[in-house]
Design a protein around this ligand. Structure first.
Ligand SMILES: Nc1ncnc2c1ncn2[C@@H]1O[C@H](COP(=O)(O)OP(=O)(O)OP(=O)(O)O)[C@@H](O)[C@H]1O
Length: 963
């Protein structure tokens, strides 16, 4: 481990532009460094800190804070701190301690190395140049972090991730229907925010049953390694860390909602965790009503107050009522969603807006009424002018379409929950396989009749117990009574089913853990079927083992029996048979259950089997869901609303299944159709249009596909591997096996000693989880880019070139400068002025050659010069070359203003447009926070200031002799 001592000067190898840092403090595992040049304080893990000790050697010139220079003659070291001893500009003896060194000092290594005989091979120099080009391109790219993950390029996900990850402190509810990829969307957003350094610290909170799945998804798809925190882990860290906040020991933390709820002391520490982004999955668990809020809700409320970015995920935002939905929106923006009644009124008024959007999209004539509606919604001068233009143009001209699209964008932007809430539906995304329901009416066993007679005393939702008669039976019968599995006809029916469809996998869901266990036990004892069981009584590891046993295609089990917890979030789309051993009352819960199979990746028609007992509540509920809502075969967005309205009557029918329920079924159907139509016209239509703008989404996908097709990474990595002596051999079609070579100079970051298999092709990576998907976002590639940039290798070279543009024997100098602003993290100046290479090629007489002699020309024309000769030339020509370095520097400086001007323009264009848009938006849509606008205004000012302070750094020198 590197030894750090307060007062020492270190430099960030990846961000040399931050200047010389001073060690402020050293803790057990961390070191804190202040970079005065940028005013930033950074804390690094001691073991892996990307820092290099600043140590000058005799002959170097050092400068103190007041600009006094000293030529170093010797170095005195006391308690780990250096003092440089030598002569000042007047030849007087002088000393400068390292604490006095100028914060902005540049280490002019290429020049020193060139004349010290450290001349590298040309391939290193060229790799360095190429690396700078790629870094520049990547920093600019708005797709960075979105396309380099092990994910298919799915338009609606790319759209959401692009839209949300580009925001400052995004606070949104991701509410796509079950299985459309909310986890993936959250992962993409997080990944981009981390890569672009908008976020560094993230906390993910999920139900306990999903901890492992999230851990695995984040790692295998995004290469993000989360640390799972539970009581044991927190205790261990706290012990080691002298009672510090355990959450500060990691940047990426995953924990269960149950753990935080049950451990208030850790919850408090999590709230103080200084996160940049908080992600909460299955957010419908955060219960809230105007009267009372759950501990889970209160916890997330505290966390979201303390965290800038918040992503809440739920497929069923209204599962527990509209009030709960409103409350979750309130977590995201308490100012905007302050009044529930006002929220309801607003929702009711979306219909005319949706109609206006519709008429614009359809291209229909804007008559006086339509115009009036539009004017009421778009009351700013710009929109009015666009409307005038639209009505004055003849139909069908291309400008009409353009104006219509702009107006649609403005309407969507300014209304409703659009900015906060994203909800894609299967109907809009399309391409999902069908669902079939197969009902099996079975005789009601005698044994149940007595217990079902208790129906009358059940109240409200307790009535739901009638749907699981085995539970009522268990509760009301004596201990020596026959086990329900011995007489319930659903059990032999299941055994038969399993045999009939073997070897296809079957997921069985039942409401309670006890029933799941007893059923699985029966299957094992009586039928020799070894079912995996998944329920809340199992530990995390046991649950994952059960899920893995079910998933294993060769050695795994055919059937997984799970309790209701298995119906949330899990990925079981490799199966297409679902047995609903009982039915849940709430249609949203039913959708969650079916969603285990009906998700992205499902290839087959889903077969939903419902065994129910005749003349029981089960039969009544089956009929209500099937005939009233049609919710088995289609998703049912209005299901919960229908259920809430007709709940009383439905529960009565569950108690009295013999009564004729035709009127209720008819009412249900009518109400369902009516609500669906309203949703389609109003809120949901707006939501749908706003959740994915297909043209933008498809364009993003096209660009990503084009990047895949013209991937420049394989060629770059081959050169890099070659330079670093990493072996790379074709392993099988599209896959390479890479391993450390015998002459590797330095450890290649991320490359294990025993090598690894890689692919550059997305399809291969998606189909083969054991193969690493190497993309520009992969940590091995990012670290390699950093390694090349931060090492000195390749910052000098010498070459002989058969070049017509100069007399044979002419000495030329190729200098690469990098223009870069101070890296102020919060400003992301790199987006507007990424490190930009300025290349100058000059001969002894001051003639420039960079145009005629491009870097590729040198590559094609160069001849090898042995190291000894190269050294002799450099030494012999030192004086000329030093003069040429200074000239190159002057020329590069002349190019800087133009590059800076472009950076200013880009910042003003991008941020200015965002500020204008937000201001216009705020008139109509109070979802836009003042804070967001101020942030962008301040950011623009700051960025413009920092761009002005950008400086030119000499990165590499190559001496070229023409032959
Ligand atoms: N872009 C993608 N590339 C590859 N696989 C994907 C992609 N999007 C989603 N999937 C897969 O589809 C399944 C559903 O995705 P995910 O779990 O993100 O959905 P969800 O909306 O969070 O589901 P739920 O509502 O059940 O929580 C998962 O197995 C996921 O790995």
């Amino acid at each position: 481990m590197q030894e750090f001592i307060p007062g020492q000067r270190w430099i960030s190898v990846a961000e040399t532009q931050m200047g010389l840092g001073t060690v402020l403090s050293v803790e057990h595992r961390t070191v804190t460094v202040l970079f005065m040049a940028t005013g930033e304080t950074r804390t690094y893990a001691r073991e892996t800190a990307p820092l290099t000790r600043v140590q000058f050697v005799p002959g170097d010139t050092v400068i103190d804070a007041d600009g006094n220079a000293l030529v170093v003659e010797s170095i005195d070291e006391q308690d780990g701190l250096f003092t440089y001893i030598g002569h000042d500009e007047n030849g007087q003896p002088a000393r400068i301690s390292e604490s006095q060194l100028n914060n902005f000092m540049q280490l002019n290594r290429p020049t020193e190395r060139l004349f010290n005989g450290q001349i590298d091979k040309n391939k290193w120099f060229e790799l360095r140049h190429e690396t700078l080009q790629h870094l520049n391109r990547l920093t600019h790219s708005d797709l960075r972090g979105l396309t380099g993950c092990r994910t298919s390029l799915i338009p609606h996900q790319l759209y959401i991730a692009h839209e949300v990850s580009g925001r400052y402190a995004p606070r949104v509810l991701l509410a796509d229907e079950v299985g459309l990829g909310k986890t993936i969307e959250a992962g993409l957003i997080l990944h981009r925010q981390l890569l672009t350094e908008r976020a560094r610290r993230a906390l993910i909170i999920v139900p306990e049953s999903l901890v492992h799945q999230w851990l695995v998804e984040m790692l295998r798809r995004f290469n993000l390694f989360f640390s799972v925190f539970d009581a044991e882990r927190c205790e261990a860290v706290a012990e080691e860390n002298d009672a510090g906040n355990p959450f500060h020991s990691e940047q990426l933390v995953l924990c269960s909602l149950e753990f935080l709820r049950d451990n208030p002391q850790y919850a408090e520490q999590a709230v103080d965790g200084e996160w940049d982004l908080l992600i909460v999955d299955e957010a419908h668990h955060l219960l809230w009503s105007p009267e009372v809020s759950s501990p889970e809700y209160q916890l997330v409320e505290q966390l979201s107050r303390n965290t800038r970015g918040v992503l809440l995920l739920t497929a069923t935002p209204e599962q527990l009522g509209k009030a709960g939905h409103f409350a979750r929106l309130r977590l995201l923006d308490p100012d905007r969603f302050a009044d529930y009644e006002a929220f309801l009124a607003e929702e009711a008024a979306y219909e005319p807006v949706a109609q206006a959007v519709e008429s614009l999209l359809e291209g229909s004539t804007i008559d006086a009424t339509a115009r009036q509606t539009l004017e009421a919604q778009l009351d700013d001068a710009d929109s009015r002018a666009l409307l005038d233009q639209l009505t004055s143009l003849p139909p069908g001209v291309p400008e009409q379409t353009e104006i219509r699209n702009t107006l649609v964008e403005q309407l969507l932007d300014r209304h409703g929950t659009g900015r906060v809430l994203f909800r894609n539906t299967r109907a809009a995304v399309k391409g999902f396989p069908g669902r079939e329901v197969h009902a099996h009416a079975l005789p009601l066993p005698e044994h149940y009749i007595a217990s079902l007679a208790h129906a009358e005393i059940l109240e409200g939702e307790e009535t739901g117990l009638l749907l699981t008669p085995e539970r009522l039976y268990r509760a009301t019968s004596t201990t020596d009574a026959a086990a329900w599995t011995t007489f319930d006809p659903r059990v032999p029916w299941l055994v038969e089913q399993l045999a009939a469809i073997r070897p296809d996998k079957v997921l069985v869901i039942t409401a309670s853990a006890e029933s799941a266990l007893e059923l699985a036990d029966y299957l094992k004892q009586r039928s020799g079927i070894h079912a995996a069981v998944f329920h809340e009584g199992l530990s995390l590891i046991e649950r994952d083992r059960a899920a893995a046993f079910f998933a294993d295609p060769v050695e795994g089990t055919q059937v997984l029996v799970c309790s209701e917890i298995g119906s949330e979030g899990r990925n079981f789309q490799f199966a297409h048979h679902l047995v609903l051993f009982d039915l849940p009352l709430n249609p949203d819960l039913l959708e969650q259950r079916i969603g285990r199979l009906d998700r992205i990746g499902q290839q087959e028609t889903i077969r939903i089997q419902v065994p129910y007992l005749q003349q029981s509540a089960q039969a009544a509920l089956f009929r209500w869901i099937h005939e009233g809502l049609g919710a088995f075969e289609h998703t049912c967005p209005a299901g919960h609303a229908v259920y809430t309205q007709l709940q009383e009557s439905l529960l009565e029918h569950l108690k009295h299944p013999d009564r004729d329920m035709t009127p209720l079924v008819d009412d249900t159907r009518t109400l369902h159709e009516q609500l669906n139509a309203e949703l389609a016209r109003g809120r949901d239509r707006l939501l749908e249009l706003n959740s994915c703008r297909p043209d933008i989404a498809n364009h993003l996908r096209e660009r990503a596909l084009a990047e895949d097709r013209h991937n420049r990474l394989p060629a770059y990595m081959e050169r890099l591997f070659n330079c670093h002596d990493v072996n790379s051999e074709l392993h099988r079609e599209g896959c390479y096996y890479i391993s450390p070579g015998e002459h590797m100079l330095t450890r290649f970051p991320g490359l294990p000693d025993d090598g690894m298999t890689i692919t550059y092709e997305r399809d291969i990576a998606l189909a083969n989880e054991d193969v690493q998907f190497l993309s520009w976002d992969h940590p091995l590639v990012s670290s390699a880019l950093d390694m090349v940039q931060s090492s000195e290798l390749g910052n000098t070279a010498l070459s002989a070139v058969a070049y017509q543009g100069a007399q044979p024997g002419t000495l030329m100098l190729e200098a690469l400068f990098v223009l870069e602003p101070a890296a102020v993290e919060s400003l992301q100046t790199g987006r507007y002025l990424p490190p930009t290479t300025v290349r100058v090629v000059l001969d002894e007489r001051g003639k420039r050659h960079e145009e005629q002699l491009g870097i590729d020309d040198v590559y094609n024309l160069r001849k090898t010069v042995n190291a000894e000769t190269a050294n002799r030339i450099a030494k012999a020509k030192e004086a000329d070359l030093r003069r040429m370095v200074a000239q190159c520097e002057q020329l590069a400086h002349q190019q800087a203003p133009e590059i800076l001007e472009q950076a200013h323009q880009q910042a003003t264009h991008t941020l200015g447009a965002e500020i204008d848009r937000l201001k216009a938006l705020q008139h109509q849509n109070p979802n836009v926070r003042d804070e967001e606008i101020h942030y962008f205004e301040q950011q623009l000012n700051e960025i413009n200031r920092v761009i002005e302070t950008a400086h030119l750094r000499l990165d590499a020198l190559r001496v070229i002799v023409s032959t």
